[in-house]
Design a binder for this molecule. Structure first.
Ligand SMILES: C[S@@+](CC[C@H](N)C(=O)[O-])C[C@H]1O[C@@H](n2cnc3c(N)ncnc32)[C@H](O)[C@@H]1O
Length: 221
């Protein structure tokens, strides 16, 4: 639903855009170039977008990109969700950071452990670690979109807090809700290549055996 004058988004950011609920205020954490914030405001999908970044340089880029949309985009400088008051934005996007950084950002904001927030998470690395953390901390994955951008595979995750924490199995952590999606065989191959590299560094023992079992399971998918 983009209008012609908003920035073009790649497959990864388009998938994130599609998970944002129309009519809700969104926060784009780590907005950098500001393209997603601009698309959300400029398309009319969100009445207000809070474009946030840790560093002044990226925020300045976002200011320029979002200038055409006036006060429908507000800029915030600071780390993670510390720049938001609880409830100020109900759709929260954290895209383009490693899983550990995304986890740190969410752990630092206990208010986000609440079903009212629609989380859109796009880890740049370590998808499995983020899926495991979400399950353990009581967030359910509602949907995932697998996509390729600049030659790399991304899983764009849509999560909501349910409070029902669980211990996910290894295969779920590696594949999430991507089964049957276009490109999933290639995605699993890339996940498996990382797992094999990890296994190589392990001493003989129970963990190495468990990882070997997981590699075999993933190859069967
Ligand atoms: C690779 S860019 C991603 C830009 C955009 N979200 C995307 O996915 O295309 C990562 C951005 O996150 C910002 N960032 C890193 N850690 C952050 C934090 N703790 N809080 C807010 N922004 C952060 C960086 O300054 C950078 O602009």
């Amino acid at each position: 639903m983009h209008t012609c004058n908003v920035p073009r988004l790649d497959a990864r950011l388009t998938a994130a855009f599609d998970f944002v609920r129309p009519g809700h205020t969104a926060a784009d954490i780590g907005c950098d170039h500001g393209k997603l914030s601009a698309a959300l405001a400029g398309s009319g999908r969100c009445p207000l977008v809070l474009a946030c970044d840790l560093r002044p340089g990226p925020l300045e880029k976002a200011r320029v990109t979002c200038a055409p949309y006036g006060d429908r985009v507000q800029l915030r400088l600071g780390s993670g969700l510390s720049v938001l008051a609880p409830g100020e934005a109900e759709d929260i996007i954290i895209a383009g950071m490693g899983a550990e950084t995304i986890i740190e950002i969410l752990e630092a904001a206990p208010w986000v452990f609440d079903a009212r927030y629609n989380l859109i998470l796009v880890p740049a690395t370590k998808h499995s670690i983020l899926r495991r953390w979400l399950a353990r901390r009581g967030f359910a994955l509602r949907a995932e979109t697998l996509c390729q951008a600049a030659g790399r595979w991304y899983a764009v995750m849509n999560a909501r807090y349910t409070g029902e924490a669980c211990e996910p199995d290894g295969l779920y952590c590696l594949t999430g809700l991507t089964a049957g999606q276009p490109g999933c065989a290639e995605y699993y191959a890339s996940q498996n290549a990382k797992l094999k590299k990890y296994q190589l560094g392990l001493p003989d023992g129970a963990e190495k055996d468990a990882v070997g079992k997981l590699i075999a399971e993933l190859e069967k998918q």
